[in-house]
Design a protein around this ligand. Structure first.
Ligand code: HEC
Ligand code: HEC
Length: 499
């Protein structure tokens, strides 16, 4: 099922997207543009929005009818070859539409869904790193609050278990997947800053013959200290909130994925048993049976008879799609009385120390993102973060409400055991969750244990304990004001006709 209706430029040379008749009927309205916040849409805007919503509905219906007439059509539409992207056969709009098709695609046996070696159909308790069969599509979990949203408690994932007992797992709630292009671009710039500082310190240590101690700081966020030694080694034992490789990994509750490609690849594998082409090639060079299986042929490690289950090009299209989706936005209340309370809550957010970790904004230097292929060695596909894809985009001063750093949040928030894929990240260590879009993404915290925003705040411990205590000590009306402010961290309203 499609998530989004894009105003496509003429689909020149696009083999995968045959001209869809319904596109023509909806193609003249102004796109999935949100209406101005604080005021209802004008009649003309409303007519365009209704037109859009109905256009998407008929497109979805059309796709379903076509799929039932010609089985496998839908898979054809979500399969993209990297070589075609490398040859310049697609523009950003087309890749967005293809990524949308992957995100809504219901994976099935013909795609390589499941894994004859390890995964029992319908099993939700993950079997080690091999995963389970949670549902059939990405949209099947990322749907609360609108397309590409979060997951309800019933959409939680039960990771790294024994395949049978829920108590053996670590529980994760699905976060929304909006604005992620900005997030990975910020993380990349921060990593480069830190690595440049380390390399300069190493040069200085070598030249002087003495160890050099540096403060690690990028975009106003502190990551501890590092010592460079004259022999070219580094002491990273005082580095905080990040791995010793100084790569800021902004995705996943523990901050374990460096970029969208790896997060998408992992999602397809652990939720559907769909294995990516690039990961299978890595398996050829250095077998990873615990992740992929030990089937006799390297090109089909899970031995289900399907190879290249997620084409590299499909991975690229999905990464570009997620990188250029709408960005969450701040929607203050329209009533004057609430507006005052909202402004007070805004100030309290700083006063009680929330902004110490939930950094209001991080500044992006470059507004271009290079989506680099994994295996072909071709030039990257360049994404214009503020132009390609959907509105709204916000500004290069990205209102993320996160420092993209990991913190020790105390024993109450600890996992019952360490996540076997990331033993280096402590059980009670979590990435500061970005708060943008917060209002639309309940329930809260890594395992979805908090039904409300105040419940989530009161569960903070460890490095967040002081701030939590200050919040808890506020008079009830101040707590409500902060809550009003946090509820304005939202997403632009859009109209959708239900199927
Ligand atoms: C069973 C529900 C489920 C399905 C299906 C699912 N996800 Fe997720 N998604 C999650 C959970 C849970 C997390 C958090 C994982 C973690 O922190 O370890 C997540 C995290 C992500 C993230 C990182 C977001 C962030 O800000 O940290 C991305 C990107 C993502 N998913 C994309 C996808 C894509 C693409 C698909 C389809 C291939 C998909 N997901 C399918 C549940 C799901
Ligand atoms: C020490 C750093 C730190 C401070 C200070 C802090 N937080 Fe957090 N916050 C985090 C981390 C890390 C998480 C993720 C924890 C988890 O999922 O277990 C989080 C999660 C949250 C969540 C849940 C988000 C979601 O999508 O599930 C909310 C809401 C929140 N914080 C609000 C606040 C507010 C309001 C304050 C101030 C009273 C605050 N935080 C102070 C680090 C911090």
């Amino acid at each position: 099922m499609l998530q989004r209706l894009r105003r496509l430029r003429p689909l020149l040379g696009s083999a995968a997207l045959v001209a869809l008749p319904v596109l023509a009927t909806a193609a003249d309205s102004p796109g999935s543009t949100p209406w101005p916040t604080g005021a209802p849409p004008t009649d003309a805007q409303l007519a365009a929005l209704v037109d859009d919503a109905l256009g998407l509905l008929s497109l979805e219906r059309f796709e379903e009818f076509r799929e039932s007439k010609e089985k496998g059509e839908d898979s054809g539409h979500s399969t993209v070859f990297q070589e075609d992207i490398d040859a310049g056969r697609y523009n950003a709009d087309e890749l967005f539409a293809l990524g949308d098709a992957v995100f809504g695609h219901e994976f099935r046996a013909a795609d390589g869904y499941a894994d004859v070696q390890a995964v029992v159909p319908g099993r939700r308790i993950h079997d080690g790193s091999r995963g389970a069969l949670d549902t059939f599509s990405c949209a099947g979990c990322h749907s609360v609050g609108g397309p590409n949203g979060a997951g309800a408690a019933t959409q939680n994932a039960y990771l790294f278990g024994d395949g049978s007992h829920q108590s053996s797992t670590v529980i994760r709630n699905s976060p929304p997947v909006l604005g992620l292009g900005m997030v990975q671009a910020l993380a990349r710039e921060m990593s480069l800053d830190l690595q440049r500082a380390r390399d300069a310190a190493l040069d200085q240590a070598e030249a002087s013959g003495d160890s050099v101690l540096i403060q690690l700081r990028t975009k106003g966020v502190e990551f501890g200290t590092l010592t460079a030694r004259p022999n070219g080694s580094v002491d990273a034992s005082e580095v905080t909130g990040i791995d010793a490789d100084l790569i800021v990994k902004p995705f996943g509750w523990k901050g374990q994925f460096p970029d969208l490609r790896r997060a998408i690849e992992d999602a397809a594998r652990v939720h559907f048993g769909i294995q990516s082409g690039p990961q299978t090639e890595l398996h050829r060079d250095g077998p990873m049976p615990e992740l992929l299986g030990d089937g006799p042929d390297w090109w089909d490690p899970d031995a289900d008879g399907v190879q290249r289950e997620l084409e590299e090009g499909s991975l690229t299209a999905t990464a570009i799609y997620l990188a250029t989706l709408e960005v969450p936005t701040i929607v203050p209340p329209s009533s004057a009385a609430l507006r005052d309370r909202w402004a007070h809550g805004d100030a309290l957010f700083d006063e009680v120390g929330c902004a110490d970790c939930h950094t209001r904004s991080l500044g992006l230097v470059s507004t271009l993102w290079n989506e680099v292929p994994d295996t072909t060695g071709a030039a990257p596909f360049v994404v214009a973060l503020f132009h390609d894809g959907e509105e709204p985009k916000g500004t290069p001063k990205v209102n993320l409400f996160s420092d993209l750093k990991r913190h020790d949040m105390g024993p109450e928030l600890a996992d019952p055991h360490t996540d076997t894929d990331h033993p280096n990240i402590g059980a009670q260590t979590w990435l500061t969750r970005p708060l943008w879009g917060l209002a639309e993404s309940p329930p809260y915290l890594h395992d979805g244990r908090a039904a409300t925003i105040p419940d989530a705040i009161l569960a903070h411990g460890g490095e967040g304990e002081d701030s939590r205590d200050r919040f808890a000590a506020l008079p009830a009306s101040d707590q409500s004001d902060l809550h009003v402010f946090l509820l304005s961290l939202s997403r632009a309203p859009k109209l959708r006709a239900p199927l």
